[in-house]
Design a protein around this ligand. Structure first.
Ligand code: NAP
Ligand code: HSE
Length: 434
């Protein structure tokens, strides 16, 4: 049996989940890999902190670089997070000729191109299944199962915190602030919750998905990144009335002129499976030119689901070590063969829109609004109206056809300037996922 010695950096939520799976499934993993897998050493920040997993037989240290360069480590498993020390650690490990497994999406999104290029030069693997959608094997699905396809688009619920919050806010009396507090209490939110609610965590994951799907360098440059802070209970209720749910989505779409990359809150028809993925769950839809549309769903966070993805990478690295061959490039194509497809500016996004307008209830107001839309070639697909006779006001809710965002923005600016408006226009994109 080939001996594979692991060095862990981080024994927190994911580190301990991974260690537990390695211990619980040791016999099965030996059978699958033909390797005897051991953990030699683990780095943590606080050596005195009690661990939620069994660390017997593992040398505990507080210096991550020592793990990255240790003589008795073949594979470094980076589960500490962050983009400061983590990049030094991963670089040191690669330079020391060690394979690296990481769940760190921020690290990959920001430093992935340089680290993966270095790894290719050194002939070592960098695997990162756990970095997107936790336990869902979406990187493998794109890189392996769908490798015969040109991927047309990927759309996913890739932040569990946002999905949990939007699901809760659909319930009566649940407002943004207390729901966020509850997400933090449940351990879903990142240490800095703005990473979740402002779409940053999802943007890191989308950069990775787009890179693997389209064979382009890892980048967030030009990506539209919006969070969920603009979503109100009123919009969730109106969306429901119209047959939609509001979801926080990461969307990567290949167009003839480039790639649309966006993290946004959008209305999704309830008839789509994605609309029915609730609470903290994740799901990713992938459309390929041969397979059509496929859907992958499951737990997007947590120690054991995320550990499941880390262990899958450990299995791959073990098999590669036993055969003496690195099987596939990290992003599906070699780094020097990545395509330079441009990221399209947000003005060129093509999608449909939802508008909610509080207006004076007077003849001709709707005509003025529809005229501004028509002037930009935008048609109204659906409309609802709720008058409030006491205030001589009305709420108008409109859904448009699919148009280019620049046209919508021009119409929106004109509508926003109408004197009949009683409050700022609320608007969101509508995704039909086809
Ligand atoms: P965590 O619970 O905060 O654990 C981080 C671990 O790293 C802790 O054991 C900590 O040590 C150790 N650490 C941090 N800084 C260190 C330093 N300077 N030196 C030595 N050890 C250090 O984090 P996590 O939730 O497991 O996340 C780990 C990674 O997985 C992150 O990149 C995260 O984005 C990613 N991820 C997490 C999830 C999830 O569900 N949590 C899902 C997907 C991906 P102490 O324990 O002593 O503080
Ligand atoms: N904060 C992240 C989420 C954790 O809510 O999805 C998993 O990456």
């Amino acid at each position: 049996m080939t001996s594979v010695r692991l060095g862990f950096i981080g024994l927190g939520t994911v580190g301990c989940g991974t260690l537990t799976i390695l211990r619980d499934n040791a016999a099965l993993l030996a059978q699958r890999t033909g390797c005897h897998i051991t953990v030699s050493v683990a780095a943590v920040r606080d050596l005195s902190r009690p661990r939620t997993c069994d660390t017997q037989g593992i040398r505990l240290v507080d210096d991550p670089i020592a793990v990255a360069t240790a003589q008795d480590v073949d594979v470094v498993v980076e589960l500490m997070g962050g983009t400061g020390l983590a990049v030094e650690v991963v670089r040191a490990a690669i330079n020391a000729g060690k394979h690296v497994i990481t769940a760190n999406k921020a690290l990959l999104a920001e430093h992935g191109n340089a680290l993966l290029s270095l790894a290719e030069t050194k002939g070592v693997m960098v695997a990162f299944e756990a970095s997107v959608a936790g336990g869902i094997p979406i990187i493998k699905a794109l890189k392996e199962g769908l490798s015969g396809n040109q991927i047309n688009w990927v759309a996913g619920i890739i932040n569990g915190t946002c999905n949990y919050m939007l699901t809760e806010m659909a319930k009566p009396g649940k407002d943004f602030a207390p729901v966020l507090k509850e997400a933090q209490r449940l351990g879903y939110a990142e240490a800095e919750p703005s990473f979740d609610i402002d779409g940053i965590d999802a943007s890191h994951k989308l950069a990775i998905l787009a890179s693997v799907a389209f064979g382009v360098p890892l980048s967030r440059q030009g990506m539209l990144i919006e969070g969920i802070t603009m979503v109100t209970a009123a919009d969730i209720a109106w969306a429901d009335n119209l047959g939609y749910k509001i979801k926080s989505l990461g969307i990567a779409r290949r167009r003839a002129s480039g790639i649309e990359l966006r993290v946004q809150s959008a209305l999704v028809p309830k008839s789509k499976l994605l609309a029915n993925v609730d609470d903290v769950m994740n799901a990713v839809m992938v459309n390929g030119n041969a397979v059509g549309t496929t859907l992958y769903s499951g737990a997007g966070a947590g120690g054991m689901p995320t550990g499941s993805a880390v262990v899958a990478d450990i299995v791959d690295v073990c098999i590669a070590m036993r055969s003496g061959q690195v099987t596939r490039p990290a992003l599906g194509v070699p780094m020097n063969a990545l395509a330079a497809l441009p990221i399209l500016p947000s003005s060129q996004i093509q999608t449909a829109y939802y508008l909610r307008l509080d207006v004076t209830d007077a003849p001709g107001v709707l005509a003025k609004i529809s005229a501004e839309l028509a002037n930009e070639g935008i048609s109204i697909e659906e409309m609802r109206q709720q008058p409030d006779s006491e205030k001589s006001a009305a709420t108008l809710v409109l859904l448009t056809n699919v148009v280019e965002e620049s046209a919508f923005m021009r119409a929106l600016a004109k509508i926003a300037a109408l004197t009949d408006l009683r409050s700022p226009v609320a608007w969101l994109r509508v995704e039909h996922l086809s």
